[in-house]
Design a protein around this ligand. Structure first.
Ligand code: PMP
Length: 444
């Protein structure tokens, strides 16, 4: 049984699921590309749970793609945004409104020293576009190095950064982008083992720079823990080596914290801090706004100055509703102790998943930090053959047992477990019990 919740959903009175599917097919691009053979309709949410139109409750262990950080419809967030909505819904940065600098100040207080200036966007893709633009303007260089297996967005430049063929269009090529090896030990490109490998994957960036660029680069951008890529978590020296090399060749270092930030890894507020590095800029979205379209690029005073060289702003970036929701979200992360909860519940969940791995040979690796976890499924532990179909089947089977998880990775064979940071140990235990059942039923 799912843990008890103190919330009664409203009776749903809207269009039926079939009607919604028909409308999507007829009027929405690109139609009905959803998770699950029988698409799931979600009509209400409360904290770590969502309800479908029949009143069935689910533990949301994917958080609307790692976005609902503090819980669905968290009362404090709702209250603040409701008040702002009644007062003023929109103004742009060409006028003053207090919500924008107030949120920027609150964000700066959470940043590593020196990163104090934020530019606000509506998504992670736009934040990364601005980051690359700023790096190029600031350094005067063009070349950008990203990681294999990364995801940075769906706009022209960020699609170029993204290193998964399935996310790329032929018509949208971005020049000047190169890819180096991620610290993906489970599938080491050199067939080596940590630590005797001497972090060859991290040192590869120097060859990429020497062979593929003029010897000067604009920046390196990397997710400290790869999200879409399946919670790939590099060894502890990885980013120090990469950052040092990039800086030697004139580039700045950008941490994409779109998924990993805001306390989700438990140990630190920002995921890059787990590697003891200080980036020159951070991009964020998703969890920063608990579900509202909001992204940010935060950097040093010196780098942010390049934005004054031209008129640069966007219509919705910094609008009062997003800023209010962002500020309320940051406050709730602290007030509700959600970083600590990510550490405790995430640690417990990871331990329990390791126990499952002892039982099920289909689990190749459990990885990640805090509440940013991945479970890579394989058909054979020795050969590490990806179990892509099994991952899809587990997703379906978990849904039937009232748990929503995601999947990702190069082969689509890694389960992604990234719930709202308010989940409890009881929720974690329920999830593990259901995964145990699914793997038992599906793999015999
Ligand atoms: N960076 C990372 C690490 C992401 O996971 C995503 C979205 N999955 C993005 C950037 C792009 O964000 P958005 O979808 O808001 O444009």
């Amino acid at each position: 049984e799912l843990p008890v919740v103190n919330h009664t959903p409203q009776a749903y009175a809207g269009p039926s699921r079939d009607e919604v599917i028909a409308l999507r097919k007829q009027y929405v691009s690109p139609g009905v590309i959803t998770y699950y053979r029988e698409p799931l309709m979600v009509v209400e949410g409360h904290m770590q749970y969502v309800w479908d139109e029949t009143g069935k409750r689910y533990l949301d262990a994917f958080a609307g793609i790692v976005t609902v950080s503090v819980g669905h419809c968290h009362p404090k967030v709702v209250e603040k945004v409701r008040a702002q909505t009644g007062e003023l819904q929109h103004t742009t940065t060409i006028y003053l409104h207090p919500a924008l600098p107030q949120f920027a100040e609150a964000l700066a207080a959470k940043m590593p020293e020196g990163l104090s200036r934020s530019y606000f966007t509506n998504s992670g893709s736009e934040a990364n576009e601005i980051a690359i633009l700023s790096a190029r303007e600031y350094t005067g260089n063009t070349d950008v190095i990203a990681l294999r297996n990364c995801y940075h967005g769906g706009t022209a430049t960020t699609m170029g950064l993204t290193a998964h063929g399935t996310w790329k269009f032929k018509a949208n090529q971005a020049p000047g982008i190169h890819h180096t090896h991620a610290g993906y030990c489970y599938r080491c490109p050199y067939g080596l083992e940590y630590p005797s490998c001497d972090l060859k994957c991290a040192r590869d960036i120097e060859d990429v720079i020497k062979y593929q660029t003029p010897g000067e680069v604009a920046c390196f951008i990397g997710e400290p823990i790869q999200g879409v890529g399946g919670a790939v978590t590099p060894p502890k020296e990885y980013f120090q080596i990469v950052y040092d090399i990039v800086r030697r060749y004139g580039g700045i270092c950008i941490a994409d914290e779109v998924q990993g930030g805001f306390g989700r890894t438990g140990t630190h507020y920002w995921s890059h801090q787990n590697w003891d590095v200080v980036p020159d800029a951070i991009t964020m979205a998703k969890g920063i706004g608990n579900g509202i379209p909001l992204g940010a690029f935060t950097t040093t005073e010196a780098i942010s100055e390049v934005m004054t060289r031209r008129v640069h702003f966007n219509t919705y970036g910094g609008n009062p509703i997003s800023m209010t929701q962002g500020l309320a979200t940051l406050e709730v992360i602290d007030e509700d102790g959600l970083q600590q909860n990510s550490l405790e519940v995430g640690g417990h969940l990871k331990d329990r998943l390791h126990e499952l791995a002892d039982k099920h040979s289909a689990i190749g690796e459990v990885r990640g930090l805090g509440l940013m976890l991945g479970v890579e499924l394989v058909t054979n532990r020795q050969t590490r053959e990806p179990a892509t179909q099994l991952a899809a089947d587990v997703l379906e089977a978990m849904k039937l047992r009232n748990v929503l998880v995601g999947k990702g990775g190069l082969h689509g064979n890694t389960l992604r477990i990234k719930p709202p940071m308010c989940i409890t140990k009881d929720d974690a235990d329920y999830l593990v019990a259901m995964l145990d059942e699914c793997l038992r039923d599906l793999t015999g």
